[in-house]
Design a protein around this ligand. Structure first.
Ligand code: Q46
Ligand code: ZN
Ligand code: ZN
Length: 330
């Protein structure tokens, strides 16, 4: 197996590109793919300050590492979700990555600062854990980005993730989600810009990036992911990709090029006037934002100790349904 670029010994084959690479040229391929994604989708400008959502897994550490390699100023934010065992280990790995490289990593602990964890939140809201978790992550990353004056929040979503989410959205024709499923969501209405610089890399490639760069990452999946629909979508797409390499890439990028705009109307239809949450001050279409409603149901509190629901609201009881937030999926 020879490297496509230098003909030296290759260590990885990338079937989607019908090519093999040596370590040096594989790492260059990854950097180039991320730079291309950033440029093509206008994710970042030189000099932008980026807040990276760090979980301790391969994707979030790879995106942080690659953004730094590409010269961006990137800090990390780790959210302790209070998931038994898993959260402690992932927090340690994220901290070690930052400490060894002298990087800035802020940590927000959901149980310590907000008085509830993801399993509590899911039980209280009668939602699957990933729903309560995703809602909390979006809220807290948005808030941290506003507080820190960052230009964008970067997440480690890769091609496999995006293709699986797209597959799920297409299976149910979720027009609003399809209209928002883009590698960049521009800032506005008080929300920071959200970018997904790894959309041109598959998860096998982000894992290989970490191995070749000597990055220690949490290999185990979050235990709450079991039963998550997206795992099933990923397996189905993996079976297709195995037979026809490049299918995920064509599915996702074909959607962006030829279909995403067709769902703009669905997004518009969901747009209502935006105000400010009376509890926490974040932008929301309701009087109280979805995160504060989740806090209330889960028996949590805001970091200053205020308990949501303890103060009277002018319009009576607070609605507790947890809908998608304005920017939809992370
Ligand atoms: S951390 Fe949270 Fe994931 Fe765990 S509970 Fe689900 S969403 S699976 S990326
Ligand atoms: Zn080479
Ligand atoms: Zn709020």
């Amino acid at each position: 197996m020879k490297c496509r670029v230098c003909r030296g010994p290759a260590v990885i084959d990338v079937r989607r590109h019908n090519a093999n690479f040596c370590p040096e040229h594989f790492l260059k391929l990854c950097r180039d793919q991320v730079a291309k994604a950033i440029e093509k989708h206008s994710m970042l400008e030189p000099g932008d300050r980026v807040l990276v959502a760090v979980s301790g897994g391969k994707d979030s550490l790879a995106v942080w590492d690659i953004l730094l390699e590409l010269g961006y100023e990137a800090d990390g934010l780790y959210l302790g979700l209070g998931i038994d065992g898993y959260s402690d280990r992932s927090g340690e790995v994220a901290r070690r990555f930052a400490d060894e490289r002298g990087l800035s990593l802020e940590a927000v602990d959901l149980p310590g600062e907000y008085g509830f964890d993801v399993p509590d939140g899911a039980r209280a809201a009668r939602r699957v854990p990933c729903s309560a978790c995703g809602l909390s992550k979006r809220h807290l990353f948005d808030e941290a980005a506003r507080r820190g004056g960052y230009d964008a929040v970067a997440t480690g979503h890769n091609l496999d993730d995006e293709a699986a989410v797209l597959f799920g959205n297409v299976l149910r024709w979720q027009g609003e989600y399809l209209g928002r499923q883009r590698p960049v969501l521009h800032e506005g209405d008080g929300f920071p810009r959200k970018v997904k610089p790894l959309v041109r890399l598959g998860e096998r490639e982000t894992a290989a990036w970490c191995v070749l760069r000597g990055i220690d990452y949490v290999v185990e999946e979050c235990p709450m992911a079991a039963g998550n629909r997206h795992l099933g979508y990923k397996e189905a797409l993996n079976a297709i990709e195995e037979r026809s390499p490049g299918t995920k890439h064509d599915f996702y990028f074909g959607f962006l090029a030829r279909a995403a705009d067709r769902f703009a109307e669905d997004v518009e239809a969901e747009r209502g006037p935006l105000g400010t949450c009376t509890r926490c001050g974040s932008p929301t279409g309701a009087e109280v934002c979805a995160f504060c409603r989740l806090l209330e149901r889960a028996g949590g509190h805001l970091p200053d100790g205020r308990t949501p629901g303890s103060e009277p609201t002018p319009d009576g009881p607070v609605p507790v349904a947890l809908g998608p937030t304005r920017q939809g999926r992370p």
